[in-house]
Design a protein around this ligand. Structure first.
Ligand code: NI
Length: 171
């Protein structure tokens, strides 16, 4: 396993709609292991493949942030088929360090996905697990959590993103 550098905004890969995983091979398993290691090193609760520079529909989720290995989920080609309710809770993103804001997300979702062997499974997620799953699944479609903000909160996000673009230009 190895740590992979996390891509930061405005890296264009963060805006890609990633293609589906079609081969469930050792490369995919290695990628997933690297993503879990990278997520835990960053004390994150989720990570999507494009965040480490790979355009594919693979994401890892750990609502315990490394405290409980039993709750780490690896989702290949995930799809949300039903949503219920709504919550507004603060979120951040490893690709947008230094910025958090409250985002509306469904309180409960029903998710279909495949595991690393290509076997289909499904589960119901609520609260933090639902939120993280929605956030990471957005990454597979080139969507960032700041895209969900409106009004003054959106302006606040835009100021932060403008600073990140300027820093990237000077780097
Ligand atoms: Ni994120």
């Amino acid at each position: 396993m190895s740590l992979r550098p996390i891509r930061l905004y405005p890296d264009p890969i963060l805006r890609v709609r990633c293609p589906e995983v079609t081969s469930f091979d050792d490369g995919l398993r290695r990628l997933a292991a690297d993503m879990i290691e990278t997520m835990h090193a960053a004390v994150g609760v989720g990570l999507a493949a494009p965040q480490i520079g790979v355009e594919t529909r693979l994401m890892v989720v750990d609502p315990s942030a490394g405290e409980d290995a039993n709750v780490v989920l690896t989702l290949v080609n995930p799809v949300i088929d039903t949503e219920d309710g709504s919550d507004r809770v603060a979120e951040g993103c490893l690709s947008i360090p230094g910025f958090t804001e409250k985002v509306d997300r469904p309180a409960k979702i029903h998710v279909h996905a495949q595991n690393l062997e290509g076997e289909a499974f499904e589960f119901v997620a609520e609260d933090l697990l639902a939120r993280v799953t929605c956030h990471e699944l957005d990454h597979l479609n080139g969507i960032l959590f700041v895209d969900h903000l409106n009004g003054l909160l959106r302006e606040r996000a835009q100021r932060h993103l403008r600073r990140m673009r300027e820093e990237a230009r000077l780097a």
